[in-house]
Design a protein around this ligand. Structure first.
Ligand SMILES: [Zn+2]
Length: 109
């Protein structure tokens, strides 16, 4: 079972206490953007076999949204962090780089 630590209330929450919210760190496009940008925002998602950044909500706890970095293949969790940031914190990046040498970062906006 997937267990994620909620960075707001500090609880190690089991998957049944959480709600998945899809990919994290999406750049949003609104009025005035091109059809292509809006299409990509709505439909194009990464689906990696490996490190992935996700949005989760502690729905049966404090109710807040947070981000998690984990491996979709091994379910290893590299860390959780506030949803109020535009890219993963340095300590999360270092934890991933230490365990997945050679893994490359995409551009975060
Ligand atoms: Zn919480």
């Amino acid at each position: 079972m997937l267990i994620l630590n909620c960075p707001y209330c500090g609880v190690d929450a089991e998957e049944t206490e959480l709600a998945a919210g899809g990919e994290a760190h999406l750049k949003r496009f609104g009025p005035g953007s091109s059809d292509g940008d809006f299409h990509d925002y709505l439909f194009m998602r990464e689906n990696p076999r490996g490190v992935h950044f996700e949005r989760w909500r502690h729905v049966n706890g404090c109710g807040k949204w947070f981000h998690a970095a984990r491996c979709t293949q091994s379910l290893e969790v590299f860390g959780t962090y506030s949803a109020q940031v535009t890219e993963p914190p340095k300590e999360i990046r270092e934890a991933i780089s230490a365990k997945r040498p050679g893994w490359t970062w995409r551009e975060f906006e």
